[in-house]
Design a binder for this molecule. Structure first.
Ligand code: GTP
Ligand code: SPV
Ligand code: MN
Length: 580
């Protein structure tokens, strides 16, 4: 197959002469094509079929043990001027970057097939959607892209109609971390990724396109591309609200997006629109609307069980690709936190030995079509998206951050977002559990200078008619003996309910310098094993700690120099002063 779009054809030809594949396959995106590809990978050992009775159409992929997570230290934003990429990104001058990465692509597909994947991020008929084409030599990437995006003929047709698309060139290369690079050229709408076959490094529609490149385009065009889940909550009274929540990687987005109401909150219905990325646009009425550009979930496996998240647990029992989990003697997938079965073979394919570490990799993942989700919302396919009532930032913080607080206004909310900090997780190669700043949960994903990004966020105040309220949550506060103070998961609905009540002006709050906190009695804790003292901790602030925190936020913001919006500096100073 070929395309009638000459810009696409000539780019594919050029990539082929550069990488020298044996064959070129244009992906059509049909289920038959998917099944054929799975078959090929089972026969060459790329995939292992799991227990067909317990886990129909489920497969295990073991990635190279050196290739199990995103690699922020090898991820670059390449703009002419270093300041445009900002202190938040690793930067390389575009020409030098092309030269460096192109050398690695030279002849790298010899003996392999090159797959051309046209894809659409967002509903195929949505004006908010954007298309791209990924060229890859990995079949694993193709089948993951089939689940994660609207991929194939329809996307190609839209690309041919529009004439523009994001170009993503990918090769697994030799998987040597020394020859691994994830390069972004926002001005050229181009991505070049080599040396990794894993998740956000290789499924270029996801973090590379839908966040880094899209955030850059969004700034130019007046919208936002965010690391946010989108969830719909229908109350027993039949009132529906949509929330968009930004938490860093492995900090609870997928789980919140598919939350199951606890028994103590009967009549609530929760529906998932997205679990990782939201594109937010102002509509004709000046309200913020969200679409989920993805069509599947690439979710964290460990911790998933019937108690924490029965929807996810059921969802991944069929038609799922597992990456880096363990298996039982019965050939069922197994992971830490799974309540039945025992691991026989670990994620690296070795006989399980607890002395050698965890059975499943902490960043082991499931890939599954969103339509598998029992709580899937048909609005996920709505071209116009949904109106967002509240934006919720959050992080993983043992200390300091209360269970929930509300910004006093949009500007203050942008400061709260800019000041988000969270303990690092296994989603990136590197140390785990270290608190770092992760503004808007976008530290690894913003395709331009954060200072300009915050200015862009602030600009919505003038342009919008009605903006969502902004909140901050923390499900991960711990006691001094390391226990989580808040039960989390389904019980988080108790907090979301307070958020909705605040949006509807139905409940009072406690005004503090950092924002509005709930009166402890306004968070329903019936049936929960949680002490009044714990609730007190969760719904109050320690002034000394917060004074230090605001000072640290101030220092962080100042590291952006002259580009830092004055409004943020003012917000930070006035809170610091109120705490003094
Ligand atoms: P990415 O896909 O990396 O962007 O992660 P995510 O933000 O979607 O995180 P996810 O929902 O997959 O959760 C990550 C880990 O945190 C899992 O091991 C969950 O079991 C755990 N987790 C999620 N929500 C909660 C919660 O409310 N409380 C506690 N204690 N753990 C949670
Ligand atoms: C994340 O790290 O935020 C993820 C997984 O959602 S990955 O696709 O690998 O980026
Ligand atoms: Mn994510």
């Amino acid at each position: 197959m070929t395309t009638k779009l000459s810009a696409l054809q000539s780019w594919v030809d050029q990539a082929a002469s550069h990488t020298q594949p044996d064959a070129i396959h244009w992906c059509t995106g049909t289920d038959t094509e998917y099944r054929e590809m799975i078959k090929t990978m089972v026969s060459d050992g790329t995939l292992t079929a799991l227990n067909e009775k317990h886990y129909p159409n489920c497969y295990l992929h073991r990635s190279d043990p050196n290739d199990v997570a995103r690699v922020e230290h090898l991820t670059f934003v390449c703009t002419e001027k270093e300041e445009d990429a900002g202190p938040n990104n690793h930067w390389m001058q575009p020409e030098a970057a092309h030269a460096r990465v192109d050398a690695l692509f030279d002849g790298c597909m010899q003996g392999r097939t090159m797959y051309v994947i046209p894809y659409c991020m967002g509903p195929i008929d949505s004006p908010y959607s954007r298309c791209g084409v990924e060229i890859t030599d990995s079949l694993y990437v193709v089948v993951n892209m089939k689940l994660m995006t609207r991929m194939g003929d329809k996307a190609l047709q839209r690309i041919e109609d529009e004439g523009t698309f994001v170009k993503g060139l990918h090769s697994t290369g030799d998987l040597d971390p020394e020859r691994r690079l994830i390069m972004h050229f926002p001005h050229e709408l181009t991505i070049k990724s080599i040396g990794s076959g894993y998740g956000g490094n290789a499924l270029l529609g996801k973090k590379c396109h839908a966040l880094r490149i899209a955030s850059y385009q969004a700034r130019q065009e007046g919208w936002l591309a965010e690391h946010m889940l989108i969830v719909g909550l229908e109350s027993p009274e039949g009132e529906t609200h949509y929330l968009a929540c930004a938490f860093p990687s492995a900090c609870g987005k997928t789980n919140l997006a598919m939350l199951i109401p606890p028994e103590s909150l009967p009549g609530w219905k929760i529906r998932t629109l997205g679990d990782d990325i939201a594109w937010l646009h102002l509509d004709d009425d000046g309200q913020l609307r969200a679409i989920n550009p993805e069509s599947g979930y690439f979710g964290v496996v460990p911790g998933t069980n019937e108690k924490t998240n029965k929807n996810a647990y059921d969802m991944i029992m069929h038609d799922t690709i597992f990456t880096n989990v363990a298996i039982t003697a019965d050939n069922d997938p197994w992971w830490e936190g799974k309540t039945d079965g025992t691991p026989a073979i670990d994620w690296q394919g070795r006989v399980f030995d607890a002395a050698k570490g965890k059975a499943a990799h902490p960043n082991s993942r499931f890939t599954v079509a969103a339509s598998n989700n029992p709580s899937y919302s048909s609005f996920a396919d709505a071209p116009e998206g949904v109106v967002i009532s509240a934006i919720v930032f959050g992080g993983r913080r043992k200390e300091l951050a209360p269970l929930v607080y509300e910004a006093k206004n949009w500007e203050h909310g942008v400061l709260i977002g800019a000041g988000v900090a969270s303990e690092t997780t296994a989603a990136n190669i590197g140390e785990v559990g270290v608190v770092r700043r992760d503004p808007m949960a976008m530290q690894p994903f913003c395709g331009y200078n954060f200072a300009d990004y915050w200015a862009h966020w602030l600009s919505f105040a003038e342009r919008a008619e009605k903006l969502p309220k902004i909140f901050h949550v923390n499900w991960f506060r711990q006691s001094s003996d390391g226990e989580f103070l808040w039960p989390g998961f389904g019980e988080n609905l108790r907090v979301l309910r307070w958020i909705i009540d605040r949006c509807e002006n139905r409940v009072d709050a406690n005004e503090t310098p950092i924002g509005f906190l709930p009166h402890p009695e306004d968070i329903d804790t019936s049936d929960l094993d949680i002490s009044p003292a714990a609730m007190q901790t969760l719904t109050s602030i320690d002034r000394d700690q917060w004074r230090a925190e605001m000072e640290s936020v101030g220092e962080y913001l100042e590291s952006y120099g002259d580009r830092l919006p004055e409004a943020l500096r003012k917000q930070q100073r006035s809170i610091a002063a109120a705490l003094a």
